[in-house]
Design a protein around this ligand. Structure first.
Ligand SMILES: Nc1nc2c(ncn2[C@@H]2O[C@H](COP(=O)(O)OP(=O)(O)OP(=O)(O)O)[C@@H](O)[C@H]2O)c(=O)[nH]1
Ligand SMILES: [Mg+2]
Length: 336
């Protein structure tokens, strides 16, 4: 029986012990966990209870498949891409999501503050991207549902705290992911080409680079990595110093996410009119005029007679073929 808990938490614990059905046990345990004060002294207790909770939830799922839909870990895709922010506890994942999106996840000094994912929308220029704050990766236990969420995402942002053993944090996070067959794209060559592996683009964020002193820590961090990571994991552009507190490099972070998603924006120009530059169509990189036509409407795809492009063509308004490869920012006029 846990001691040093406030009376309401003790009462909730009693209700949990007395709950009889599986549903009741889950409901009362969730209330109990929510009432436990968050500090280092309750760290183990909370981690332990969360493990129990996910076991209970797993047994509901194996009993009836429809429970999956209710899971907080199944987040509908919105916007041009889904990006999972992951890392060990206290590195500032929630703080980054709060700084970059409209969402307001709990930011806390106490470890293991986040235990359910929270999505938020981040505007990169004129494109909305979905960022998902997630519970911490931990050597002890990782929720299977968290791993599925990461596997479904288009891009992983792996956060470390530049002020607290960032090298170890990075190595531990990568090891946990790889043990569960989630492999950064740049480690692909180390693994068999097997569909059970999810190869993901991954960007490392060294958070808490608030000031000059922290910048020096970042320098040391990146130097240490060069020695310890012979694989080209952290080639230019995959490691970025940021600060959720001061906003340092958050614009660069947005641009890096956009680049990591490998998408382009294309603007439609109705014949004889100006293009609508406020509403981009988002397409995978290397899409063609034909892909763009299909995205607008099947009729355009089926009946496309000609296309003109401003941007990637040699001259503005040049007539191009259906298989012309488009570039980010192109304006396209389709005629049917
Ligand atoms: N100095 C500094 N502190 C930060 C920064 N970002 C977050 N923090 C602090 O670090 C602590 C942890 O932040 P969170 O965002 O809750 O960390 P988390 O990674 O979500 O932690 P878990 O939910 O436990 O996994 C809080 O006290 C934050 O205020 C930053 O850029 N600079
Ligand atoms: Mg958090």
């Amino acid at each position: 029986m846990p001691t040093n808990l406030p009376p309401d938490a003790l009462q909730a614990e009693k209700r949990y012990r007395e709950a009889e059905t599986l549903e009741d046990r889950i409901a009362t345990l969730e209330v109990y966990i929510g009432l436990i004060p968050k500090h280092k002294g309750t760290d183990h207790l909370r981690a332990d209870l969360r493990r129990q909770l996910s076991k209970l939830k797993a047994s509901v799922q194996s009993g009836k498949k429809t429970a999956r839909q209710d899971s907080a870990f199944r987040i509908d895709r919105e916007g041009a891409g889904q990006v999972a922010i992951v890392g060990v506890t206290n590195v500032g994942k929630s703080a980054l999501v709060a700084a970059l999106t409209n969402a307001t996840p709990e930011v806390s000094d106490a470890p293991y503050a986040t235990w359910e994912p929270t999505p938020g929308m981040m505007l990169v220029d004129d494109v909305q991207v979905q960022l998902i704050d997630t519970p911490p990766l931990s050597r002890d236990y990782v929720e299977p549902e968290l791993l599925s969420l990461i596997r479904r995402s288009d891009l992983i942002l792996l956060v470390v705290d530049v002020q607290t053993q960032p090298v170890q944090q990075l190595e531990e996070s990568i090891a946990i992911l790889e043990e569960h067959r989630i492999v950064p794209l740049n480690h692909k060559d180390n693994y068999p080409d097997d569909p059970r592996f999810a190869f993901k683009p991954l960007l490392v964020l060294a958070n808490k680079c608030d000031d000059q002193e922290a910048d020096e820590l970042f320098e040391i961090f990146s130097l240490l990595l060069d020695e310890k990571w012979p694989i080209p994991a952290l080639r230019a552009g995959t490691l970025l110093p940021v600060s959720a507190t001061t906003g340092h490099n958050l614009e660069q972070l947005k641009q890096a996410v956009f680049a990591g998603l490998a998408i382009i924006r294309v603007y439609a120009k109705p014949p004889g009119k100006d293009p609508d530059l406020t509403r981009p169509y988002v397409l995978p990189r290397d899409s063609t005029v034909e892909d763009f036509a299909r995205k607008i409407h099947k009729d355009f795809y089926d009946n496309l007679k000609s296309a003109r492009v401003w941007g990637s063509a040699t001259f503005d308004g040049q007539a191009v073929s259906r298989d012309h490869v488009l570039r980010d920012g192109d304006v396209v006029e389709l005629r049917i």
